[in-house]
Ligand binder design. Sequence first.
Ligand SMILES: Nc1ncnc2c1ncn2[C@@H]1O[C@H](COP(=O)(O)OP(=O)(O)OP(=O)(O)O)[C@@H](O)[C@H]1O
Length: 253
Amino acid sequence: MELVAKEIEVKIGKKEIVKNISIHVNKQQFVGLIGPNGCGKSTLLKSIYKSLVPQKGMVFLDDLDVLKSPEKKISQHLGVVGQFNEMHFDLTVQQMVMLGRTPHKKMLESDNQKDFDIVEEALTRTNLQAYKGRSFLSLSGGEKQRVILARTIAQQPQFMILDEPTNHLDIRYQIEILSCVKSLNIGVLAALHDLEMAAHYCDYLYAVKDGEVYAHGVPEDVLTPETIEALYHIKCKTFTNPVTNGLGFAYGL
Ligand SMILES: Nc1ncnc2c1ncn2[C@@H]1O[C@H](COP(=O)(O)OP(=O)(O)OP(=O)(O)O)[C@@H](O)[C@H]1O
């Protein structure tokens, strides 16, 4: 299975936010979207997961036409961890994660042992076992973020879209969450701000600037000082991070 977005265009009012962007995510590939605040990453992701209707373009999961298919059908294959997770009613953490099973169930079908086992595994993967009975609304921002990821894991999608999944998370949890997502071995499309994390976890990157793809390729080819300087209007040097042995970045104005 592959996730393909073709020639997506989004205009809000008179402003062109996404200009003819195409994205390809292969089975089990971790693809990152990078770019400065306001360049259009969230808008592009929203138009791929149907939270927003693009003026032009197509989205396919193999031959499933995402923009024309019912929500439930799409949710059986595609999970989303959005940027804002506000809720107005309260559930326990376990009940929240159980919601991830909904796309696989018939109307009013009750939760069975398999569902409970899947929820347990999702809670374990996200380090949330101890929070099972807690009220979702009482959690911190970072804890809520992990619950939303657990819910999406319980959905068992073949593809996941994540909009800045490490927002709210401390450094350890940023690493844990991205490692957890990577270990799922599914196709991933994630907007990321941390370039070292993007270099470490992504197989392929799209760099977006002013609503257009400025560069794309493997992280070593995209994350050059020249491209980073052009994207963020800063000075940048790259080096080998002595702790991770991966790509490191030094920035300045
Ligand atoms: N509903 C809207 N009405 C007007 N402008 C909008 C709307 N939604 C998004 N925009 C504008 O579109 C541009 C792109 O926003 P978007 O949220 O896609 O950027 P982003 O790359 O995800 O940014 P960030 O890194 O800050 O999350 C911004 O200038 C934003 O103000």
